[in-house]
Design a protein around this ligand. Sequence first.
Ligand code: GLP
Length: 237
Amino acid sequence: MNYNLIKAPNSAEFGSITADIFCQAISDTVLPKVILPTGETVRDFYAALRAKKPAPFIYVQLDEYKGLGSQDPKLFSNWLARDILDPLGIDQRMIFKSDAPQPDLETQRVSQWLNNSGPVDLAVIGIGSNGHVGFNEPGSHFDQSVHVQTLAAETIRANKAYWKYEGDDFPSQAYTLGIGDLRKAKKTILLVKGQEKAAILQRALLGDMTVDVPASYLQRQAGLTIVADSAALSLIG
Ligand code: GLP
């Protein structure tokens, strides 16, 4: 397995190191296509990137809850708009329509967009504590494209926490780019923070390459950089 591993000493440096790597990774492409994730892990990175003001890129959405109205505050597209895309003035956005009346047509639309546009230049991704990437839950095949994914119970729990949501009607399904789409990315940056990710990071990088751990596809991913803090790396050394 061949990757570039960068250990970040603290949160602020995690953000600034990642922002530097991000800008470097897209510096040789005009209007690159870039996947960006949501989540707690990326907050410092987005703060640093807002200050750096990188060259324009085309934003490609990684994943989105299915079935929410276009004004729902829980939409990932709104989160990304607020945290990074609007502040940077990125107006070219390939985003999922959460409320699409025919989900099959929506997955086809996004798949076709990817096929027509060519491979993504840079995929920035996180990892869920069960090894999911985007919303590709354990069991997702490595050659799958855009699809609707039923969310694992622990993923719903972790996602409810973003919104301090305690109701029962939280989305149980989501749109996601597939691992097959992510494998086509020319470059990938995996961001991992915190002790609670240490065991799954170890399994993903050093365990079997298996659909039970979706992030283990990275073991064969060319152009991979991992930025992690010391807690996340505590089982890898
Ligand atoms: C979430 C998102 C992913 C994200 C991952 C890690 O459920 N679907 O896109 O990368 O899980 O999130 P966090 O950084 O909050 O741990």
